[in-house]
Design a protein around this ligand. Structure first.
Ligand SMILES: Cc1cc2nc3c(=O)[nH]c(=O)nc-3n(C[C@H](O)[C@H](O)[C@H](O)COP(=O)(O)OP(=O)(O)OC[C@H]3O[C@@H](n4cnc5c(N)ncnc54)[C@H](O)[C@@H]3O)c2cc1C
Length: 503
């Protein structure tokens, strides 16, 4: 296998290296370079005093199989835990200062049951009437890349956007619903509209079809997959996944504290050439394939000298800053009931937090029995400056907001803040076309690959899937001839990692 340098050891880079090793076995010639001293990128779990605190992701979707399958492949099958199914209703919405349960049967923005919506005190009667009119709304025939906000307003009304779809769906991407592309973030709703015209009718038909398929399947099929809950995590925290990947990799092929600075093409085209990956301290390594598993703006810096136009397009992917603050309290000192997964906060409430997960109610093993663990989300497209404050200020914001919203006046027994500066890529309107443009540019550089959260899905499963696909492409030797004419070949010299890591 020709030498591959993977840049960035988040879940995307680790997965790419793992699948390369799996496909090539002993011949796997890769080098994984990570700028920090941590393996796992945004995945980071703190364990101490009986608490498990997630700094970044706390779970992954099971619907997209890649993460679940990889956990099982790595021997973590018995560590998988679903979210607490007895917590009903699972999510609350803050409205006029009070928490209201999300109407039962809501699939993100689409109601699948009529009665719970009618009974809900969250939505006003004009809002309910407007939602009901959804069944008469026609398809969008004019805008090929409609924003999430425009889609929800058009189909279900402004109140649904303000109270549910905005904080819940745009919240997942820490984004502005009027900028996010529906096609690039929640394409299933486009498909529903295309197929059934009405989301409400489409969801109901789908639910009916699923129920009859399940009834048929349960008669003939044994043992269903026990991880049927939408969100799954690992009993020791999400960090178990990158740790398990690292344990399968050759430690000699991982360079920590190795920030990559630039990439150049070198060699005489007539005799073949290759890339040279240069680290901030000046050490360098030859490579025939290079996988960028770094944020797009970092990738832009690295490829700037090689291809300024490609770098320019990569920089067009906007990133926003977010922060999470985890606070633990003694159960006896809390008066509010925490029966559910937590609450979301519409912008119209004018608060400084976007959402709060009741981590110890959402998943088992997150806190000792006599304590509760809560996790607050701050920042995003509308309040980046809030997320960029120092840790103490973030903790203070979280405490004040929980005091006012939940009446929690107790002193936390644990408080941890994580700042994620320019961490969440925004799949804004035009994202699909921009990615096509970037991929066209990339195709002129044989052996260069983009993995990571910025392009085709930002969740953990998509990052793993992309890593697997990238490794498979390298394995198949899918390379275009270099524009300069000669096929690329890389030299045998290994990078001087020791020198690089001290630089
Ligand atoms: C607060 C938060 C909560 C989230 N919750 C969830 C969730 O519950 N479920 C879910 O599925 N997803 C969630 N996500 C999204 C998901 O965590 C990320 O999209 C995913 O982990 C990104 O992985 P990645 O490998 O693409 O990038 P990263 O994890 O960002 O890894 C990139 C790596 O590149 C390294 N790097 C940067 N520059 C260089 C350089 N010059 N040279 C070498 N290395 C470099 C970085 O140090 C980092 O380790 C969440 C994200 C955040 C911020």
């Amino acid at each position: 296998m020709p030498r591959t340098v993977v840049i960035g050891a988040g879940i995307a880079g680790l997965s790419t290296a793992y699948f390369l090793q799996k496909l090539h076995g002993r011949d796997a010639d890769y080098l994984l370079l990570e700028s920090s001293g941590h393996l796992g990128g945004k995945i980071t779990t703190y364990a101490g005093d009986g608490f498990l605190v997630e700094g970044g992701p706390d779970s992954f979707l099971t619907q997209k199989r890649a993460a679940l399958d990889l956990c099982r492949e790595l021997g973590l099958g018995d560590q998988l835990i679903g979210s607490n199914q007895t917590a009903t209703p699972s999510t609350y919405v803050l409205s006029k200062g009070r928490l209201h349960p999300m109407p039962e049967g809501m699939m993100l923005m689409a109601p699948t049951m009529i009665l719970p919506v009618l009974r809900s005190r969250l939505i006003s009667w004009p809002g309910k009437l407007r939602m009901g009119l959804e069944i008469f709304v026609g398809r969008n025939t004019t805008d090929p890349d409609e924003s999430l906000g425009s889609f929800v307003r058009r189909r279900l009304g402004a109140e649904m956007l303000e109270k549910i779809a905005g904080p819940l769906m745009a919240g997942i991407h820490s984004g502005d619903p009027d900028s996010l592309s529906l096609r690039s973030t929640f394409p299933m709703f486009l498909e529903l509209e295309a197929k059934h015209r009405s989301l409400v009718l489409g969801m109901m038909r789908r639910k009916k079809a699923q129920a009859s398929a399940q009834a048929g399947a349960s008669a003939s099929k044994p043992a269903p997959d026990k991880h049927t809950s939408m969100f799954t995590t690992l009993s020791g925290g999400v960090q178990q996944l990158p740790d398990a990947l690292v344990s399968r990799l050759d430690p000699e092929r991982i360079g920590l504290n190795c920030p990559v600075q630039s990439l150049t093409w070198e060699g005489d085209p007539a005799q073949g050439g290759g890339y040279r990956v240069t680290l901030a301290g000046g050490a360098s390594a030859p490579a025939e394939n290079v996988v960028f598993a770094t944020p797009a703006y970092v990738t832009a810096e690295i490829v700037e000298r090689l291809d300024p136009a490609l770098a320019g397009n990569l920089r067009k992917i906007r990133y926003v800053s977010t922060a999470t603050v985890s606070l633990a309290f003694r159960r006896s000192e809390i008066t509010c009931e925490l029966n559910g997964f937590g609450f979301i906060v519409p912008r119209s409430e004018g608060r400084r937090i976007n959402a709060c997960s009741w981590s110890s109610a959402k998943f088992k093993h997150r806190a000792p029995e006599d304590s509760v663990l809560l996790r607050v989300f701050i920042g995003g497209a509308f309040a980046e400056e809030l997320a960029e404050q120092d840790e103490d200020a973030l903790i203070e914001v979280a405490r004040q907001e929980l005091r006012e919203i939940l009446g929690i006046t107790a002193t936390p027994i644990l408080a941890r803040a994580y700042r994620w500066r320019k961490s969440v890529p925004q799949y804004n309107v035009g994202h699909g076309l921009l990615i096509q443009e970037i991929e066209r540019g990339l195709a002129t550089h044989p052996g260069l690959y983009l993995a990571g959260a910025a392009y085709h899905g930002s969740g953990i499963p998509e990052c793993i899937q992309r890593g697997a696909e990238t490794a498979a492409k390298i394995h198949r030797g899918e390379r275009l001839p270099h524009p300069s004419g000669a096929p690329a070949a890389c030299g045998p010299a290994p990078v001087a990692l020791g020198a690089a890591s001290t630089s």
